[in-house]
Design a protein around this ligand. Structure first.
Ligand SMILES: Cc1cc2nc3c(=O)[nH]c(=O)nc-3n(C[C@H](O)[C@H](O)[C@H](O)COP(=O)(O)O)c2cc1C
Length: 192
């Protein structure tokens, strides 16, 4: 079974509705491991050397990576930036040959929730920029790191979802994860 590593960056998952529901849905996917990064790093600090070594190992063991988070101030939560600064800097600038070069080729998918509506992020919308435009720093990171970009999974109006809409978002996330897995599974040609 191929491994899907889902790193969840939510400042307080105990107070979350959308990401908590998506996390529960992701747990049903065979081979998926969801890591609550805020619980792992409650202080918000990730040490590039000690923590970085374990994080790099986990990434290198994964067949594909998902970064799940709520959009905050048109960007990612601070811990996701801390993870990039510590783990990706370590892997691509300090241990490039042993780590970064080996991680290159691992597909990456973003799973984000937004409080605002799709139209607010549409052309002429209140937010002035599309989600795709706001994802540019993450896309640039993926390009720099050689991580093939998979179409993001987005949930809008995340604070206002009625129970049926939340259930639909869960189903949509499971479909998106299964699609990610199906399109990024490299068949082992040597297997019988
Ligand atoms: C500090 C903060 C900043 C936020 N900034 C945005 C934003 O820029 N755009 C947006 O659509 N929603 C924004 N939101 C709403 C969150 O995206 C929304 O509450 C979250 O996706 C809901 O998911 P949850 O139930 O898992 O917490 C913000 C929320 C907080 C707390």
């Amino acid at each position: 079974m191929t491994q899907t590593l889902i790193l969840l960056f939510h400042p307080n998952i105990a107070k979350s509705k959308a990401n908590a529901a998506l996390q529960a849905a992701a747990h049903t996917i065979p081979g998926a491991q969801v890591v609550d990064m805020q619980a792992r790093y409650p202080s918000g600090h990730i040490d590039m050397h000690t923590d970085g070594e374990a994080e790099a190992r986990a990434l290198l063991e994964a067949d594909r990576i998902v970064l799940q988070f709520p959009i905050q101030w048109y960007s990612t939560p601070a811990l996701l930036k801390a993870w990039q600064d510590a783990v990706l800097t370590r892997m691509y600038y300090i241990h490039a040959a042993a780590e970064g070069d080996r991680l290159a080729g691992t597909p990456l998918m973003i799973a984000a929730t937004a409080g605002n509506t799709p139209s607010a992020y549409g052309p002429g919308g209140a937010n002035h920029f599309t989600i795709d435009e706001l994802m540019a720093p993450l896309k640039a990171t993926a390009l720099r790191c050689g991580l093939p970009w998979h179409s993001p999974h987005l949930v809008f109006r995340a604070d206002r979802l009625k129970p049926a809409e939340l259930a639909a978002a869960q189903e949509s996330y499971v479909r998106a994860l299964n699609d990610f897995i199906a399109t990024t599974t490299i068949l082992d040609q040597t297997a019988a």
